[in-house]
Design a binder for this molecule. Structure first.
Ligand SMILES: Cc1cc2nc3c(=O)[nH]c(=O)nc-3n(C[C@H](O)[C@H](O)[C@H](O)COP(=O)(O)OP(=O)(O)OC[C@H]3O[C@@H](n4cnc5c(N)ncnc54)[C@H](O)[C@@H]3O)c2cc1C
Length: 376
């Protein structure tokens, strides 16, 4: 096997960075990971995932653990705000005939599964640590760290997310994340018997959804348009979410509204999007995941495309003798798919904000899900 690199530093231990570590270790590459959070925590409620993500989980070797601790089911049921059904989105079984095409899991549980696989891979993980300087020449890249160490690498992978310090360092002129005009409320609730798969209720501007995250629990999300990105007092979260849910007379939504309590782990997050134009690398530093393509959650595919970046990058690094050819091949394989997810998700948000054409919304959802089913 040709391999363009022997040792790699990954900056950022999120879903994308951990996946890169696991895949590179499988190919015999020495991997260091630095993660700025000393507790390596992951915040938030549930995360919805589709067949393409499960296909990636299978390759990573974490699918069985996901199926044990998360939840998988076929189809997304759609209804109007009053509960009248309007159809369902198909979720093709991309990870194999035995694995449903959709599902969800609590974010911290997925992070725990990936962290265990990263440690087992033999990657050297340093928590509470980041870079202070990155200097490269033709033959290597030298990185200084906050713990005082200085190490040499063949390649640095920036996987430090939406507000990436690696991106600012390598591409100081890159665009910054932009508020999209929507925010998402999420909460975790006990799972009623009827909540067996993902469901969404579509209002004029607001959208509510649920997805089971385990045998016992589900998460609820509500997408709201807000002209400005102001801070919301967490003490008001429960009453604010309850008020928004009153716009949905559907009996199931009313039942969930009643079930909300101060213990429902309610969070609010303004949505930001970012698509960095190519190139996604400079010399011996390459960017993956949210650092270059942070999508709003309308297609529930942000984690998916970041994890896929990791699989494809490891593939191309192993398939090429030289780093520049590997990085060009990586970027060319990833650009169109990631562009499609970010821009189509953005368009779905715009349609929701303007109360626009529901048929266009449904068409974009359908076309995007078909495109995501294509092999990577
Ligand atoms: C409200 C919301 C809902 C979403 N819902 C879904 C969904 O349902 N399905 C889905 O697939 N996607 C969803 N997404 C998108 C998904 O969360 C992201 O695409 C995904 O987490 C990106 O992973 P990442 O590893 O690239 O970045 P991140 O998850 O941001 O990870 C970056 C890591 O780098 C670390 N770090 C940061 N700075 C430094 C530094 N300087 N040095 C070292 N380490 C650093 C961070 O601590 C973190 O661990 C959602 C996003 C939002 C905002």
């Amino acid at each position: 096997m040709a391999t363009a690199v022997k040792n790699v530093l990954i900056i950022g231990g999120g879903f994308s960075g951990m996946s890169a570590a696991i895949e590179l270790r499988k190919r015999g590459v020495a991997v260091d990971v630095v993660e700025i959070d000393p507790g390596w925590r992951s915040y938030g409620a549930g995360i919805s995932l589709g067949g393409a993500t499960f296909r990636a989980f299978r390759q990573l070797g974490i699918l069985d653990e996901f199926l044990k601790r998360g939840h998988a089911a076929d189809g997304v049921d759609l209804a109007l705000a009053n509960g009248i059904p309007i159809g369902s989105l198909p979720t093709p079984r991309l990870a194999g005939p035995d694995v449903p095409g959709g599902g969800a899991i609590m974010r911290p549980v997925l992070a725990e599964i990936l962290a265990a696989a990263t440690k087992n891979s033999g990657a050297d993980v340093r928590l509470g640590c980041t870079f202070t300087a990155i200097e490269q020449d033709e033959s290597s890249v030298q990185v200084s760290f906050t713990d005082g160490q200085v190490r040499q690498y063949d390649l640095v992978i920036g996987a430090d997310g939406l507000n990436s310090a690696v991106r600012s360092h390598v591409f100081p002129g890159a665009p910054s994340p932009a508020y999209t005009g929507q925010g998402v409320w999420r909460a975790v609730l006990p799972r009623p018997a009827w909540a067996s798969n993902a469901k969404m209720w579509i209002g004029q501007h607001l959208k509510v959804g649920i997805n089971p995250v385990s045998k016992e629990e589900m998460y609820l999300f509500l997408t709201e348009d807000r002209p400005s990105n102001e801070w919301i007092d967490p003490n008001s979260f429960l009453s604010a979410l309850r008020d928004l849910l009153t716009e949905f007379p559907a009996p199931e939504v009313a039942e969930l509204r009643e079930a909300l309590t101060p213990a429902s782990q309610i969070v609010y997050r303004p949505l930001e999007g970012l698509l960095v134009d190519r190139p996604w690398y400079s010399g011996r530093v390459v960017l993956i995941g949210d650092t270059v393509h942070a999508t709003t959650p309308h297609l529930a595919s942000g984690a998916c495309i970041g994890i896929e970046d990791a699989l494809v990058l490891a593939d191309e690094l192993a398939a090429h003798e030289t780093l520049p050819t590997a990085l060009v091949a990586f970027q060319e394989r990833r650009w169109e798919r990631c562009r499609m997810v970010v821009q189509n998700s953005g368009r779905l948000g715009d349609i929701e904000i303007s109360g626009g054409d529901k048929e266009e919304h449904a068409r974009i959802m359908r076309e995007s899900l078909i495109a995501l089913a294509a092999p990577i």
